[in-house]
Design a protein around this ligand. Structure first.
Ligand SMILES: Cc1cc2nc3c(=O)[nH]c(=O)nc-3n(C[C@H](O)[C@H](O)[C@H](O)COP(=O)(O)OP(=O)(O)OC[C@H]3O[C@@H](n4cnc5c(N)ncnc54)[C@H](O)[C@@H]3O)c2cc1C
Length: 300
């Protein structure tokens, strides 16, 4: 019987694994992607992870995984599809049909950014298209960018980028924004922010990188960057009947990772929190592992 099964080998899952194995727990990491390291593998250059700046996201993820492997963490490829508590323990079924038993679960299955759905979006990913202003904003110092979206993330991104970029267009397809009225008011009063409502992006053009954003109102904006902030989708479909989720589908859990289901912990982008980054995911993993250790040590 495992002490802890960890679902997902992104920064949260790998950090949890390192803390769990060093606490002498029997641990297994289940990851659905071959040798996956989560969203970090999709990042370009990561410049905001303490002490390891300037690495490509893929290489940083490899380092995380190697660290866990060197400490003896075991991995299994597979998708966890069903979770069930029986007595004090958990049964986890994989897509292969295999059932694994563990005293505690750390669910670190992450989230993914909703795409806008433009045909050019994939081709320009990492070449002017970004889904994370805090991650990539610094690359657009004194440049012109567009932020697309109408919720709090889009407003916060526009506000953050207005302090870095020469000009920021904020584009929303409706007349009213869903995000905070206070932030919107500040943006309306910010000189280098232009708000364009009731307009949709219909095309992106550029030779090698993004150069132009085309809107359905006929405007063509000369931009070097486009930040798409139309929401994130947490990977909680498999556990939606098991734990409490907030209105956006994130697992309700604080820093300890404890959820309303005993012995089921959440870590990383999957849980309710204000900042979804590698550093906060790694911190969550450590905390969840310590919570799981304490939980397991009190079991009969
Ligand atoms: C393009 C991009 C650039 C970014 N740049 C930066 C940056 O510069 N700096 C920064 O700090 N952050 C950046 N981020 C954010 C950062 O990558 C995330 O906050 C972080 O990876 C979250 O880690 P996580 O472990 O919680 O989840 P994830 O990284 O999402 O990992 C979750 C893992 O769980 C696996 N999984 C999901 N469901 C299952 C299942 N049912 N069974 C088994 N496995 C499953 C997935 O395959 C995945 O490997 C960026 C994100 C993106 C997308």
């Amino acid at each position: 019987m495992l002490d802890v099964i960890i679902i997902g080998s992104g920064p949260a899952g790998l950090s949890a694994a390192i803390y769990a194995v060093r606490a002498n727990l029997q641990v297994l990491v289940v990851e659905k992607e071959y040798m996956g390291t989560g969203q970090v593998a999709e990042s370009g250059r990561v410049d905001n992870y303490l002490g390891l700046n300037g690495l490509e996201g893929y290489d940083l993820g490899e380092r995380f995984r190697k660290h866990a492997e060197e400490l003896g963490v075991e991995f299994q490829e597979g998708e966890a599809v069903f979770f069930e508590k029986y007595g004090q323990n958990w049964k986890i079924q994989l897509d292969t049909g295999e059932i694994i038993e563990a005293r505690a679960v750390i669910y670190a299955a992450g989230a993914f950014h909703r795409r806008l759905g433009l045909p050019e979006e994939t081709a320009f990913a990492g070449k002017g298209i970004s889904y994370c202003a805090v991650c990539d904003g610094a690359l657009y110092q004194d440049k012109t960018v567009a932020v697309i979206g109408g919720g709090d993330t889009a407003l916060d991104d526009a506000s953050y980028l207005s302090g870095i970029c020469q000009k920021v267009y904020l584009i929303h397809r409706r007349r009213e924004f869903r995000g905070s009225a206070g932030t919107l008011q500040k943006l309306q009063a910010t000189e280098n922010v232009e708000i364009i409502t009731e307009a949709q992006a219909i095309g992106i053009a550029g030779a090698k990188r993004v150069e132009e954003l085309r809107l359905d109102n006929g405007r063509r904006l000369e931009v070097q960057g486009i930040f798409i902030a139309v929401g994130m989708i947490p990977s909680t479909d498999k556990i939606k009947d098991l734990v409490e989720l907030d209105g956006q589908g994130y697992v309700v859990a604080d820093e300890s990772g404890k959820t309303c289901a005993e012995g089921f912990f959440a870590a990383g982008d999957i849980r309710t929190k204000p900042l979804r980054q590698i550093v906060t995911a790694a911190a969550d993993g450590a905390n969840a592992a310590m919570s799981a250790r304490e939980y397991v040590s009190h079991m009969e």
